[in-house]
Design a protein around this ligand. Structure first.
Ligand code: ATP
Length: 492
C-alpha cells in the first residue's frame, strides 16, 4: 500500500431537488472529491451494485424510494460506506431511525452554511479511510505471517475472491443469506465467516443439518416444544432459534425440509417470532438466518417441492460456491494449508509436497471438493515417511493408479465445454491434452524407449519420465532402465 498517494474521496449524492443536487456536486468537487450526483434513488442502487463509494449523502424524502429505504439498501450492499442523511423535516424519530439503520450522521435542510456539509463529508471520509487502513493492515499482517485469512477461507482464485468480497460486504447486515454449492465446497465455513465478521460475533452461532432429522424432531429442534406436544415430549424444551437469539442460525440442507416445516420457518422469517411445537404463544427472537443447500432450489420450487415465498425470503443474498474443479488454482494453496494443519496435529515432520504430487492434485476432478482434498492430505501426512509428500502417498484415485484423471479437454469448437471451466482449469486441461498427445506420439516413434524419447524431446531423462508417468502407469519412479513399474506401496 502506498501511503503517499492520496485517493480522492468517492462521494455519492442522491437528491431529487436539481438545484441543491447541482450545488452539492459543485461544492464537493471543489473540495477535491470524486462526486457522483444522482436525482433518482433507483439509479443510485444500480450504481452501488457496480461501484465503490466512501461516503453517501442521501436525501430522506424522495419519490420511488425513501432515503431511509435507500440507506438500508446501501448498508445491505456496501456496509462499509459512511452515510449522511439530509432531512428537511428533522424530527428525533427520523434521526433515530436513520442512525439505527446505520447512518453515520444527519444534516438538516436548508443548509445555512454549505461548508457544514463539506465538513460532515470530510469527517465521514476520515472514518472510512481509517476503516480501510485497518483492513489493509490486518490483511498485510496476515499475509506476512503466512497465516490463512481470519475467516479461515483459503483460496485466491477469482471465484474465491468474489466469495470473500461478498462475505465482507454482507456480514454487517442481518439479511438472510443462501449459500449454494456441492457437498464439501465450504458452505458451513462461509456461514461461520459471515457470523465471525458480523456485529453478532460475540453471540451464539448454531448449526443444524436439516436433512438428518424426521419432521417432528426437526421442528422440535428448531422451534422447541412444550410438554406433551408429542409422544416423548416429557418437559418444555427450548429450540435452536431460542438458543441462537442475538446470533446466527445456520440451516444446512434447507432443500430437504418438509412442507409443514417450510410454513413454520416462513412465519419465523416474516414475523421474527417462534411458536414452540404444541404452544400458541409467540416468542420474539432476533436471529440471522443463513441457509445452505447442494440442491437446485429454483428447480425444487418449479417442481412444487419447495415454497416459492420461502425461497425468496431465504435468497435475499445468494452466495454461490463453485466446485473445486472450477477453481483448480486454489488446490496448491489449500493443499499446503491442510499440510500445515495435519503436520501440526499429527506431530509429523513432513515439510512440503513434491511438484509431482501437486501436479496430480491439480489434475484431479475432486468430486468431494475441499473435504476430499483435506482427507487426501491428512492421509498423505499419515503415510509419508520422508519430508515431502510424493505421488505414492496420495490415494490411488488421485495418483492415477486406479481411476482416470480430470476429464479430457473439450474439443476445439465445443464453446459450451470450454466456458464451463475457469481460465485456469481450461489452460490446465489443454496443457494436459497437449502433453499426453506429445509423449504418446514420441514413445510410439521411439519404440517405447524412454531414453531415446527423452533425447528426441530435448529433455533430461528423469524430467521426461516425470511427464510420462502422468499418462502411463507402467513407468517406474526412479532412475534405471525401461522396466515396468514396481507394484505400488500398500495404501491405507
Ligand atoms: N476455502 C476453504 N479453506 C479452508 N478450508 C476449507 C475451505 N472450504 C472448505 N474447507 C474445509 O473443508 C471441509 C468441508 O467444508 P464444509 O463443511 O464447510 O463444506 P459444506 O459445503 O458445508 O459441506 P456439506 O454440504 O457436505 O455439509 C471443512 O473441514 C472445511 O474446513
Amino acid at each position: 500500500m502506498d501511503n503517499n498517494i492520496e485517493k480522492a474521496v468517492r462521494v455519492l449524492v442522491v437528491d431529487d431537488e436539481p438545484v441543491l443536487l447541482k450545488a452539492l456536486e459543485a461544492l464537493l468537487t471543489k473540495k477535491g472529491h470524486q462526486v457522483t450526483a444522482l436525482d433518482s434513488p433507483i439509479t443510485a442502487t444500480q450504481r452501488l451494485a457496480a461501484e465503490d463509494f466512501d461516503v453517501a449523502l442521501l436525501d430522506v424524502k424522495m419519490p420511488d424510494l425513501s432515503g431511509l429505504e435507500l440507506l438500508t439498501a446501501v448498508k445491505h450492499r456496501r456496509p462499509e460506506v459512511e452515510v449522511i442523511m439530509m432531512t428537511g423535516h428533522a424530527t428525533v424519530e427520523t434521526a433515530l431511525a436513520a442512525v439505527k439503520a446505520g447512518a453515520y450522521d444527519y444534516l438538516t435542510k436548508p443548509f445555512d452554511d454549505v461548508e457544514l456539509v463539506a465538513r460532515a463529508v470530510a469527517k465521514a471520509a476520515e472514518r472510512k479511510a481509517l476503516f480501510d487502513r485497518n483492513r489493509a493492515l490486518e490483511t498485510a499482517l496476515r499475509e506476512k505471517e503466512g497465516a490463512p485469512p481470519a475467516d479461515g477461507l483459503v483460496g485466491n482464485s477469482g471465484a474465491m475472491r468474489d466469495v470473500t468480497r461478498m462475505i465482507d460486504a454482507v456480514a454487517y447486515s442481518a439479511a438472510t443469506v443462501l449459500v449454494q454449492g456441492e457437498s464439501g465446497t465450504g458452505k458451513e465455513l462461509v456461514a461461520r465467516a459471515l457470523h465471525a465478521k458480523s456485529p453478532r460475533r460475540s453471540q451464539p452461532f448454531v448449526a443444524l443439518n436439516c436433512g438428518a432429522l424426521t419432521e417432528t424432531l426437526l421442528e422440535s429442534e428448531l422451534f422447541g416444544h412444550v410438554k406433551g406436544a408429542f409422544t416423548g415430549a416429557q418437559r418444555d424444551q427450548k429450540g435452536l432459534f431460542d438458543a441462537a437469539d442475538g446470533g446466527t442460525i445456520f440451516l444446512d440442507e434447507i432443500g430437504d425440509i418438509p412442507p409443514a416445516t417450510q410454513v413454520r420457518l416462513l412465519r419465523v422469517l416474516q414475523e421474527g417470532e417462534v411458536k414452540r411445537v404444541g404452544s400458541a404463544e409467540s416468542i420474539k427472537v432476533d436471529v440471522r438466518v443463513i441457509a445452505a443447500t447442494h440442491r437446485d432450489l429454483p428447480k425444487l420450487v418449479k417442481a412444487g417441492k419447495f415454497r416459492e415465498d420461502l425461497f425468496y425470503r431465504l435468497n435475499v443474498i445468494a452466495i454461490p460456491l463453485p466446485p473445486l474443479r472450477e477453481r483448480i488454482e486454489d488446490v496448491p494453496l489449500l493443499a499446503h494449508h491442510f499440510l500445515r494443519r495435519y503436520t501440526d496435529r499429527l506431530a509429523k515432520k513432513v515439510k512440503t509436497l513434491s511438484p509431482e504430487a501437486i501436479e496430480l492434485l491439480c489434475g484431479y476432478r475432486w468430486p468431494g471438493n475441499v473435504r476430499e482434498l483435506e482427507n487426501a492430505i491428512e492421509r498423505a501426512v499419515v503415510l509419508c515417511r520422508g519430508e515431502s509428500i510424493t505421488p505414492v502417498d496420495l490415494p490411488p484415485a488421485i495418483s492415477g493408479r486406479t481411476a482416470p484423471l480430470i476429464r479430457e479437454a473439450p474439443a476445439p469448437g465445443d464453446d459450451a465445454g470450454w466456458l464451463s471451466m475457469s481460465y485456469a482449469a481450461a489452460k490446465e486441461q489443454s496443457l494436459r491434452r497437449f502433453e499426453k498427445t506429445y509423449v504418446e506420439a514420441l514413445m510410439r516413434a521411439c519404440d517405447n524407449n524412454i531414453s531415446a524419447a527423452a533425447r528426441k524431446a530435448g529433455m533430461d531423462r528423469s524430467n521426461f519420465k516425470r511427464v510420462l508417468r502422468k499418462y502411463r502407469t507402467d513407468v517406474e519412479g526412479d532412475a534405471g532402465d525401461d522396466a515396468p513399474e514396481a507394484p505400488p506401496r500398500a495404501s491405507a
